[in-house]
Design a protein around this ligand. Structure first.
Ligand SMILES: [Zn+2]
Ligand SMILES: [Zn+2]
Length: 248
């Protein structure tokens, strides 16, 4: 498949589409949002029925005002969220969050992450490509996946961010230059404790690109992005942008 991808990306895409079409026929996942049967090749490729795909596209477009630094949806603030205003400098230059993570849109992440609905990866990857096109491009840039906490993969069974990175790699440069050393689980910690928990635990394995675009699935306080961005900048990256599927 990799060789085919290199020699003839068009045929690889058709073969991939056929595999997902057959998979849906024999082991139906249905639309990740409404559960409807998926019929066309496009629907089985994205794991979403046409109507739901159109709806999410529109919802992502009108997600309301976002913090111009961390990408968090703003409620009563303008320009910058309270936590970015009070929290001082961030190491990243800007984070873009792709999808709303409210109500039924939570189903999207659950279907991808926990039910391993890989077709959704195609949808996410395409949306990521659209955002990357709009970021100020430098000649030396690459997507840098946020590394998972050691042990997390064993528990979850697979690495959702790495799977996206592999899809994106077909279209753009991806550099896995970060490594994460063992640390406490972040879930119960606040932003400051998260920063302290992670500091020194993110290691740069090889020279980072001048412009790095950090890729992660869910952003909670932004501290993981922040620590990764700081490590990249200390190792020579000039700009670090962040791309996240959802904001929790
Ligand atoms: Zn649907
Ligand atoms: Zn913010």
């Amino acid at each position: 498949m990799n060789l085919l991808q290199k020699r003839c990306p068009w045929a690889a895409r058709r073969l991939g589409a056929a595999i997902f079409f057959l998979r849906e026929y024999f082991f139906p996942f249905g639309c990740a949002l409404c559960g409807a049967s998926l019929i066309t090749a496009d629907e089985t490729w994205y794991g979403l029925c046409c109507a739901c795909r159109e709806e999410i596209d529109a919802a992502a477009g009108r997600a309301g005002e976002r913090c111009d630094l961390c990408g968090k949806p703003l409620i009563s603030e303008h320009g910058r969220c309270l936590s970015c205003r009070n929290g001082g400098e961030r190491a990243f230059d800007r984070v873009t969050v792709l999808f709303p993570y409210t109500g039924k849109y939570r189903k999207l992440l659950k279907a991808y992450k926990f039910s391993k609905n890989l077709a959704l990866g195609h949808y996410f990857a395409e949306k990521i490509e659209e955002v990357v096109k709009d970021l100020p491009g430098e000649p030396d840039w690459a997507i840098v996946p946020v590394p998972p906490r050691p042990g997390k993969i064993k528990k979850a069974g697979w690495d959702q961010v790495e799977y996206l990175a592999r899809l994106l790699e077909k279209e753009m440069p991806v550099l896995r230059c970060l490594k994460r050393l063992p640390s406490k689980v972040q879930k119960e910690l606040n932003r400051e404790d998260r920063m302290n928990n992670l500091r020194g635990r993110i290691v740069v394995k090889q020279k980072p690109p001048e412009t790095a675009i950090l890729l992660d699935d869910v952003m909670t306080t932004g501290s993981t992005m922040d620590v990764c961005a700081a490590a990249l900048k200390e190792s020579g990256a000039k700009q670090v942008y962040g791309l996240c599927l959802f904001y929790d």
